[in-house]
Design a binder for this molecule. Structure first.
Ligand code: NAD
Length: 488
């Protein structure tokens, strides 16, 4: 990334100072008096926010018509403004995101916005294909769908809105958002940012649209509206299922539960640091973050010590059971049976806060909780989205792969491995079949943060687009020229 860690810390410090909140990134410290507003920020009224989904769709349709008329260079001008404003205002959105949702970390959310600004592909992602032969030339072009209906999560709210907008606009679409209600002010700040960028870049005042109070009902209106030609859903299994059964073309970016394997050939010191860096990133909110670890018994102690040297706090089996009673709660399922589900109050919270809930006091430098557990432990089986890493001891690579594949639950989302054994790496990658497979790096290398490749916060495993970009939001069109333009 072009921006250094130091620069990020400086801008975050400056924003926190401006908000007159002191230097603590904790939600309570940055939350101002009163609720966050989904229609304005500090007296500046947001552009493109509506109370009626039909009106929001009509506005997004006007945005689509405007984008369609634009040249690629004109679209790029708007994208350049989105990149610039995102970089400038990343710390504001990071502070808002933490304060509004109570989840994540300001410095990491700032870094995620910088990543979106720098590594979200633009119009260059839209490439054409051509076929020539005895019958002439056939051109295949990636065309826009029209107006896209996008559902976005609370875990990466403004990051997803901006990244989706960039890709969808680059591809020539309009977009209307039904953001997560728990992150609506942060999401709509991002919608307004895109619209301000549009104006600055020579586009319309309202290029993308959203709701002031999104609900399941407004999502339903969006899903059945005739002007919505493509649905893009980033969220948990419930919402992805709903969108995929809408009867419309849909891109589903669903839940993961990424396992990480460490075998006896890995650089254990590096693996320990990398895993804690990835697992604690934004307090484990990213769907790609390490959620459970399978470590060879022969290197288990060394790995845990390396993790402890890098900000991990090790709890006992008894403390793990106490913590499980706090972070998981009973809920009656549709089948009438009682299931363990995550306690939303614990999602994305600091490790220090979670430890405090079981009476353990630690310093601010503790960023992750580790514990040895069995394979069946709920910490292994549930997608916690908390900086808690269960580590399961395995005897050999067969057991590691077997359990890691089972813990991933067939999501085919993301998996990681630390090893220098090419055969072991290949075997796990083959068996787990995930969209992202990261070798010998923190999980975020898989979305372009310190790894090659573009970034996205919409990773579409279930519907197969993978790491979405502008081309994911297009449909193929074919144009045939008979008996001409083969010039060889
Ligand atoms: P969530 O599933 O709670 O909500 C997502 C959005 O869907 C919200 O706007 C919500 O109001 C709406 N929604 C929920 N049920 C719906 C329904 N039946 N119909 C219409 N709308 C509905 O998401 P969250 O808790 O904010 O995000 C966390 C989950 O999302 C995790 O499971 C995480 O792995 C996943 N996620 C996946 C990706 C990816 O790229 N694959 C990215 C981010 C998050």
């Amino acid at each position: 990334m072009a921006i250094s860690e130091k620069e990020i810390q400086n801008v975050v410090a400056a924003v926190l100072k401006e908000l007159n909140t002191g230097s603590k990134p904790a939600a309570a410290a940055v939350k101002p008096q009163g609720e966050w507003d989904s229609t304005q920020y500090r007296g500046r009224k947001f552009k493109g926010i509506y109370s009626d989904m039909n009106e929001a769709i009509a506005a997004a349709n006007e945005g689509y018509k405007a984008v369609r008329r634009m040249t690629l260079a004109e679209r790029e001008k708007i994208l350049a403004e989105i990149r610039r404003l995102t970089r400038e205002e990343a710390p504001i959105m990071a502070v808002m995101g933490v304060a509004e949702t109570g989840m994540g970390r300001v410095d990491h959310k700032t870094a995620k916005h910088m990543l979106v600004a720098d590594k979200t592909p633009g119009t260059a992602d839209i490439t054409a294909e051509v076929k020539t032969g005895d019958d002439g030339l056939t051109l295949l072009e990636r065309a826009p769908f029209g107006v896209v209906g996008a559902i976005t999560p609370s875990t990466n709210p403004s990051e997803t809105v901006i990244c989706n907008s960039m890709g969808m606009i680059a591809a020539g679409n309009g977009v209307v958002f039904n953001p997560h209600p728990n992150a609506i002010a942060t999401s709509n700040y991002a919608v307004d940012l895109v619209n301000r960028a549009s104006k600055l870049g020579g586009g319309p005042d309202v290029l993308v649209a959203s709701m002031d109070k999104p609900t399941m009902e407004s999502a339903a209106v969006m899903q059945s509206h005739p002007l919505i030609k493509l649905l893009v859903c980033t969220g948990g299994p419930g919402v992805v299922r709903a969108v995929l059964s809408s009867g419309k073309k849909a891109i589903g970016a669903g839940a993961g539960n990424p396992p990480v394997i460490v075998d006896d050939t890995a650089d254990i010191q590096k693996a320990g640091k990398d895993i804690i860096d990835g697992c604690s990133f934004d307090n484990n909110l990213p769907c790609i973050a390490e959620k459970e670890c399978f470590a060879f018994a022969s290197i288990m102690e060394e790995l845990m010590t390396a993790m402890q040297k890098n900000g991990a706090y090790k709890i006992t089996a008894q403390q793990a059971d106490e913590l499980a009673k706090v972070v998981l709660v009973d809920k009656q399922g549709k089948d009438g049976k009682v299931h363990k589900v995550i306690n939303r109050k614990c999602v994305g919270r600091d490790a220090k806060v979670l430890l405090g809930m079981i009476g353990v006091q630690v310093n601010d430098d503790i960023r992750c909780i580790i514990c040895e557990t069995g394979f069946e432990h709920p910490f292994v089986q549930e997608e916690l989205m908390m900086p808690i890493l269960p580590i399961v001891r395995v005897e050999n690579i067969d057991q590691a792969i077997d359990w890691a594949v089972k813990a991933e639950h067939g999501n085919r989302h993301t998996a990681h491995m630390h090893s220098k054994n090419i055969e072991n790496l290949s075997r796990f990658a083959y068996a787990v079949e995930t969209t992202i497979f990261v070798k010998n790096a923190p999980s975020y290398a898989g979305i372009g943060f310190g790894g090659e490749g573009h970034t996205t916060f919409t990773i579409a495993g279930p519907t197969g687009e993978g790491l979405t970009s502008a081309r994911s939001f297009t449909r193929w069109r074919r144009c045939v020229m008979k008996d001409a333009f083969r010039i060889i």
